[in-house]
Write a protein that binds this ligand. Sequence first.
Ligand code: ASP
Ligand code: MG
Length: 445
Amino acid sequence: MKIYKFGGTSLGSPKRMHNVVEIIASDALSKVVVLSAIKGTTDLLYKVAAHHKTGNTHICHNLLDDLETFYADYIKNLYSSAGRKENAVAYLTSCKNDIRKLIKSSYSIASENEMVSKGEIISTYLFHLLLNEKELNGSLLPALEFMNLDENREPDMRYIYKGVMKEIQLDTLKGKNIHVTQGFICVNHKGKIDNLGRGGSDYTASLIGASIGAEEIQIWSDIDGIHNNDPRDVFNTRPISLLTFDEAAELAYFGAKILHPSTILPAKKYDIPVKLKSTLNPEAEGTLINRVKSDTPCVVKAVAAKDGITAIKIRSSRMLMAYGFLRKVFEIFEKYKTPIDMITTSEVAVSLTIDNPEHLDEIVSELAYFGETEVDKEQSIICMVGNRIMEETGVVYRIFNALEDIPVRMISYGGSKNNISVLVKSADRKQALNALHNRLFLGGN
Ligand code: ASP
Ligand code: MG
């Protein structure tokens, strides 16, 4: 059994949905197909929810009218049979009526979650009808019947396994071997509709793949794999053919927007290879992520950047030779549920970074108790990922040689053998990425 996941852009037009069906049909084996909402839908639904929250219901209804127009056109061009067109339009109308009903009642996070879940519910329904039109043996596997989170918002792997297997067995009895399900959406421990966060369909695919011990998890998007640098800032990047789980996890978190950061964890735990492929270029090799280390002589495989970082420095004479100091500092971040990304310490100071500044003011005012604090906003983490960064000599030299003209605010080295990260001003990000690309991948001086 393989898992195929397709993103919203890959379903962005009827033609592209047809392409997806072709990709699926070219592999005769039984598979689970995880779909995102069609491009733009989730964004629009979040807008509806935001206006619902602020009481602008007329804007909600206008937005829903836009959605209806988009889908009417999409459906018209998707199917050849009039019956299927009617069926799809009726389904869309019922979803839209559900949303209008939610708008009539008062806003809650539960109503928002229910609203945004409709994106995936619609895309899978339309896709399933298309499989049917093409006489492929497709069935719908409702994610809300198996994708459950526990009270810590962790996926309940046993429940997922049981739920998916039960549905697959029932389908198989009916001769169906393409099991189509919704990415992103799930049920929380209160039994309410919830989701895995923006871009969460990748995570759904990985959770299903891991729970049933799939042969492979394929994540299809419009990018031909993880590139060795950020294509938005660097001109001649290329896809990396092989990455280990650990390398990919670092890259998914730091910048490479191609993969939801949680995706790698279940795949690694259950040792299921993950392949990244492009629907625009299905022949391209893509990126394979697995346990096996590649034998590439290249030490640094990729450079990525993460923006929107805030650095906080705490300088305290109380830290000198003291124990328990860092714990007290960390407790403040824990209290405000704010994860720390990078950290470096000296004998009298500690610098750390966060990417969620929501509680920055409260954190800084509590930290002031320990000493002087300094905050630098608009920073970027530049992260270099590879296989033997710690073992090979000369890597650090090449990196800092490349960065000779760029002020570096923090360095993190030694935390993981796959990673070395530096913090620079976001204004210097592009120059840093290009200088590193030149020096590390193009052999420049
Ligand atoms: N449709 C959701 C989003 O736009 C989930 C996903 O695309 O993976 O975030
Ligand atoms: Mg995505």
